[in-house]
Ligand binder design. Sequence first.
Ligand code: C2E
Ligand code: CA
Ligand code: CA
Ligand code: CA
Length: 276
Amino acid sequence: KDAGKRTYRVFSSEMVDKAAEQVWLDSNLRKALVATDQLSLYYQPKICLKTGVVRSVEALVRWDSPERGRLSPMQFIPYAEESGLIVPLGKWVMQTAAKQAAQWQAQGLDIRIAVNLSARQLCDSTIVQDFADALRQAGLIRCLIDLELTESCLIDETLAHALILQFRTMGAQVHLDDFGTGYSSLSKLARLPLDSIKLDQSFISSINEDLTSQAVVRSMVAVAQQLNIQVVAEGVEVEDQADFLKSIDVDSAQGYLYAKPMPVKEFEDWLTNRKK
Ligand code: C2E
Ligand code: CA
Ligand code: CA
Ligand code: CA
């Protein structure tokens, strides 16, 4: 009985913590979406492994809460997905990225921006319209916004297929993020009209220690090449990893070896210094 009571109490206090956290996040994220100076996008470049050229960046959201300071996406994205706030947050991300792309275009910088989409956003019936609105409001003549989907976005394959086609018709490239970590079969990859896969960083981090990871990466890359799908490696931290990826013709790479995600000004400086 005693143990039973104790177990119950622990379980219950965890539930209270989680519920309290959900309440805090809900009301504060709602405020952040109005007073948008709390939210910002950081940009991390994708580097072409053959030429070293940067043609695109990934936008990663950051939240500076007046109460708690900097929160990483892992601290609030899952809650936002649960509450549905990911939909307005996702709209803000698309709009902000589109404005930034238009600004770079006006400065003569030809850079595409990829935004991350949650499965929850894809289920929202207005996602295509929201994307189109973001492009139009930013005055983007050419679509410079790409989308990163995770395997959880592909569970309803018929819906995913139709949406990917619509985004591509609008000029967006569609990438499959965290590839290899989910349950997607390789045959699904063959059926979907994707532009690229992003090999998850968990594979990249072990490439140089273990031959199994090398073999796994090699075979994923070979399949993608057969299907004419580009390959991006994420989480590249050391030169040896980049060398291996180059040797098997991976198209591009992203990671701390090249640059961390940066605020817009810092990214622009990084790009300028690199060209010198
Ligand atoms: P992700 O899309 O897989 O993004 C890659 C994460 O790895 C980013 O973490 C990035 O900062 C980090 N990273 C980049 N290079 C390296 C490296 O060389 N080594 C290591 N160890 N890490 C590296 P971040 O910014 O904390 O974002 C975490 C996740 O949050 C993202 O994973 C993505 O799933 C989600 N996320 C971020 N922004 C958004 C957004 O605007 N919308 C949605 N739906 N999700 C987002
Ligand atoms: Ca991503
Ligand atoms: Ca990823
Ligand atoms: Ca990830």
